[in-house]
Write a protein that binds this ligand. Structure first.
Ligand code: C2E
Ligand code: MG
Ligand code: MG
Ligand code: MG
Length: 280
């Protein structure tokens, strides 16, 4: 009896493995089709000063799937990273953001805006990453100083000197760097002085503990203090409530991003937010 139950369990396991493998293969080929077929879109989430002024936006990718509708990055970025498809997808994101920056540069009421682009470690580690960014900037005519690349601490797990060299080459062009999800990864604080960083993003995990966990509040204050002393700009992400915003303002976070101000929205809606701000 036990043996047959084990056999059934094994058959069940094999069947569900097979289903998972098939689903993965389907998703992978759909991702290829999505890239070729222009199914990716960027949503823009504003970043605001403590006075509420919009200084720019983070661009976040979404997949307009022909059947499933709008798919969030959680549904495909991981597989894109595993398969390497994140490299061409990431270049598409970068190019699209740069085209937008160049368009804004002709509009006196838009030309001050910055765009933050997420760069996955896998993409950053490609040999020709620096050349390709330089190439996109040249082709699109975007002002490099308006472009901010968001990196994650996973880049600091190995080959750190290569990472620093690449960042330095791009920083020379004027490109800015932000450390995303700060404090949640594996980075050693000793790298903080070695990297040509301009900004750190306090992860929403910390922000969402404001008013709930006093110890986490102390950590946020320490992060903000460290960043200020190192002359780094601070962005708090995942700001959802007024009390969170007030805490962050009181403790010197410079920029905030989160649902309290806006969800990530399509370009036309972001543009409308800018118009509203200009009218005030
Ligand atoms: P991330 O870069 O840390 O982006 C912030 C995430 O937090 C976004 O999720 C955003 O929609 C969400 N968020 C913003 N404000 C709030 C808030 O107030 N509350 C809560 N609960 N969430 C908030 P999203 O768009 O689902 O993206 C998830 C992750 O996918 C991103 O995390 C980033 O790591 C990755 N990702 C998104 N777009 C790209 C891309 O173009 N390239 C790469 N490589 N990764 C991307
Ligand atoms: Mg980000
Ligand atoms: Mg983040
Ligand atoms: Mg995140």
């Amino acid at each position: 009896y036990a043996k047959s139950a084990g056999g059934d369990a094994l058959r069940f396991f094999e069947a569900s493995m097979q289903t998972a493998i098939t689903a993965r293969a389907t998703l992978e080929s759909e991702l290829h089709a999505a890239l070729a077929g222009g199914q990716f879109v960027l949503h823009y989430q504003s970043q605001v000063t403590s006075e509420g002024h919009i200084v720019g936006a983070e661009v976040l990718i979404r997949w307009q799937h022909p059947v499933r509708g709008l798919v969030q990055p959680g549904g495909f970025i991981e597989l894109a990273e595993e398969t390497g498809l994140i490299v061409p997808i990431g270049m598409w994101v970068l190019e699209t953001a740069c085209i937008q920056l160049e368009r804004w540069s002709h509009d006196p009421r838009r030309r001050h805006l910055r765009l933050a682009v997420n760069v996955s470690a896998r993409q950053f580690r490609t040999d020709d990453f620096v050349d390709r960014v330089r190439d996109v900037l040249q082709r699109t005519g975007a002002d490099p100083t308006r472009l901010e690349l968001e990196l994650t601490e996973s880049l600091l797990q190995d080959k750190v000197s290569e990472t620093i060299d690449k960042m330095q080459s791009l920083a020379t062009l004027g490109v800015r760097f932000s450390m995303d999800d700060f404090g949640t990864g594996f980075s050693s604080l000793s790298y903080m002085t070695q990297l040509p960083l301009n900004q750190i993003k306090v992860d929403k995990f910390f922000v969402q503990s404001i008013g709930i966990d006093p110890k986490v509040e102390l950590i946020i204050q320490a992060i903000i203090g460290m960043a200020r002393n190192l002359d780094l700009e601070i962005v708090a992400e995942g700001v959802e409530t007024q009390p969170q915003f007030e805490f962050l303002q009181a403790h010197g976070a410079m920029l905030c991003q989160g649902y309290l101000f806006s969800r990530p929205v399509p370009l036309d809606q972001f543009d409308a937010q800018l118009d509203v701000e200009m009218a005030n």
